[in-house]
Design a protein around this ligand. Structure first.
Ligand code: ATR
Length: 272
């Protein structure tokens, strides 16, 4: 029976076991997907042991997404670009590391905003952390002409421009509300608006109707950022789909069936 799991610490809050368990059930597949709480100091040893225990792969989450790159034998280009991996496959005695966050981000927008064309205009991204890196790489790959980056700590967005090149332009955080001219995509990749965190306060008045706006925060599902964007005529897509779609490639590789992202899967991921 194929085994897979999610490796993190802490990992008890992860919705991945429920989601993959749901997909195994509805597809009538043999297999198990378990949470694995692994300390940093044990990571290498655990990864090496998993294949011998019947594991075909694993997801990797905080705090191991970067460190796993030093352990894996083969790293995909997109994982190397993002500097982190979230999906492992164990094959032929090797550990393959991939990053499906960008895929999840793109797939969520493509499904949630049919007709969306990333190449149609500049994209605005708020935030410059790990999540922003995945969004930047996937948007650049999709042919976005310009990425306008605004982050509270300017040095972090400057570093991303250094790394990803001149299609990335940097704005001061206090100018974040003045980035919307001609923009066709706007992304909140900060943790602002998340339950228990500060509110998202960047003024959105400059948003043009029809702009595709998404929030990586999905607790709450409908954030103040998305509600305001909708008031201004934007097409909004919530962030839960990114979580669901990033899980699809791993499940398909490990268990051999492409799982469906539908309302039931969404409810499972939300713990309902
Ligand atoms: P992740 O991997 O989810 O991106 P992260 O690397 O901790 O997590 O990044 C969190 C993002 O939210 C960062 O862009 C952070 O801004 P800083 O780089 O200045 O820390 C942003 N963020 C968090 N709290 C914020 C706040 N109160 N105001 C503005 N930005 C905030």
């Amino acid at each position: 029976i194929p085994l897979a799991g999610v490796i993190g610490s802490p990992v008890a809050h992860s919705r991945s076991p429920a989601l993959h368990g749901h997909w195994l059930r509805v597809n009538g597949l043999r297999g198990h997907y378990v949470p694995l709480d692994v300390a940093q100091s044990d990571l290498r040893e655990v990864i090496r042991s998993l294949p011998r225990m019947g594991f075909v792969g694993a997801n990797v989450t905080i705090p191991h997404k970067e460190a796993i790159l030093d352990i894996a034998d083969v790293i995909t280009d997109r994982a190397a670009l993002i500097g982190a991996a979230n999906t492992l496959s164990f094959r032929d005695g090797k550990v393959y590391a991939d990053n499906t966050d960008g895929f999840g981000f793109m797939e969520n927008l493509r499904r949630g905003a049919p007709g969306w064309q990333p190449s149609s205009g500049p994209a605005v991204i708020f935030g410059a952390g790990g999540a922003a890196r995945a969004v930047i790489t996937s948007l650049l790959d999709a042919g976005v002409p310009e990425i306008r980056l605004a982050n509270r700590t300017r040095a972090r967005s400057d570093a991303l421009r250094q790394e990803f090149g001149t299609r990335v332009t940097v704005y001061d955080w206090v100018q974040a509300g003045n980035t919307f001219d001609e923009a066709t995509t706007v992304v909140n990749a900060t943790s602002l608006g998340m339950v228990g965190k500060s509110e998202f306060r960047v003024p959105l008045d400059g948003l043009a109707p029809g702009t595709v706006v998404t929030d990586l925060v999905y607790t709450p599902l409908d954030t103040a950022f998305l509600i305001r964007a909708r008031e201004l005529g934007a097409t909004t897509v919530d962030g839960l789909g990114m979580l669901l779609y990033q899980a699809v490639p791993g499940f398909e590789r490990w268990f051999g069936t492409k799982p469906v992202v539908d309302d039931t899967a969404r409810a499972v991921a939300l713990g309902k």
